[in-house]
Design a protein around this ligand. Structure first.
Ligand code: ZN
Length: 309
């Protein structure tokens, strides 16, 4: 008898991690009526990437639900889907990716089913393919996901810069706008007219150091154009949603201007890349999380391009 009890004890103990893993719970916050956001952690890919570092969430209309970004793995996507099911029985009809970065797209596969439209920038399918091999390496190394389980679901409905797309969730119109190259070459924003909310993707960072993976000039231009439009609430790609849009836009804009000016001066003064990395924009350091590593990467990305300007 004792042996049998011991056997079942071992079985149950072994099952616990599986049960915990499959029932992953995501903390969600309703930031405006019908708009739910899960905030990922400010972790760098190099130190402790767990697939849950950006903002993901959903908007509920009268007839259907739109998901905006899906997290960095299928398990995060599944957890998001189960959070949706806790709050509504309406179907997910749209999955929108704000851009191609891995932390925003690898949960898509959890939403793949008939009748679900995947929406993204016209450049998104190519940008996803271009990064696929590199992302598979990261997913394997940090998340222990084998290559054949790193599944990309590219958009089937594409949005071109300038010509915005409107979708209707039932008494709730969303406007999806694509941009010329800025944070990346595949950025879109999602506007909810009902609550005057703009879901910015990584065109806005709050707390976490901004990432420039597209074009610094384009990034500043897009921010300038967005600053002219009034919104009640901004949901950034990383960080806490804010009801003070000007403060948030000014903070990221200042960093990008200081970064660009600093690199320009470094090039003019003949500083090499490493010297630029060691000195440019350092006074911004105390204002942002993960600053040194990300600021260095930004300079590494921008310096060689600006050298030729
Ligand atoms: Zn990004």
């Amino acid at each position: 008898m004792k042996k049998i009890i011991f056997f079942w004890l071992i079985v149950i103990v072994n099952m616990v991690p599986t049960i915990l893993f499959s029932q992953e719970i995501l903390s969600m916050k309703e930031v405006a009526p019908g708009i739910f956001v899960h905030q990922g952690q400010h972790l760098d890919v190099d130190d402790g990437y767990q697939g849950d570092i950006c903002n993901i969430g959903f908007i509920i209309g009268k007839n259907s639900v739109a998901v905006i970004d899906t997290g960095g793995s299928e398990s995060i996507g599944s957890a998001l889907l189960s959070e949706i099911k806790k709050r509504t029985s309406l179907p997910v009809k749209y999955v929108i990716n704000t851009h191609a970065h891995l932390d925003h797209i690898y949960g898509n596969v959890a939403f793949k089913s008939d009748g679900v439209e995947f929406i993204g920038h016209v450049n998104l399918p190519k940008a996803m393919r271009f990064r696929k091999e590199f992302y598979e390496k990261i997913n394997l190394e940090y998340l222990n996901i084998p290559h054949d389980k790193s599944i990309q679901i590219p958009p089937n409905q594409l949005v071109k810069p300038i010509k915005a797309l409107e979708i209707d969730l039932g008494d709730r119109l969303l406007k999806i706008t694509a941009y010329p190259t800025a944070h990346t070459n595949s950025d879109v924003t999602i506007e909810d007219y009902k609550t005057s909310t703009l879901w910015t993707g990584d065109l806005l960072f709050i707390e976490r150091t901004p990432v420039v993976d597209g074009d610094i000039h384009g990034f500043i231009k897009v921010i300038d154009s967005l600053m002219k439009v009034e919104f009640n609430l901004l949901i950034p790609g990383h960080g806490t949603p804010t009801f003070e849009p000007n403060l948030a836009w000014n903070k990221i804009r200042n960093y990008l201007i200081i970064l660009r000016n600093g690199i320009r001066v470094a090039i003019d003064e003949g500083l090499d890349l490493q010297m630029a990395i060691d000195s440019v924009a350092k006074k911004e350091s105390s204002k942002w999380e993960l600053f040194d590593i990300q600021n260095g990467r930004n300079i590494n990305m921008i310096y060689p391009k600006m050298e030729w300007e």
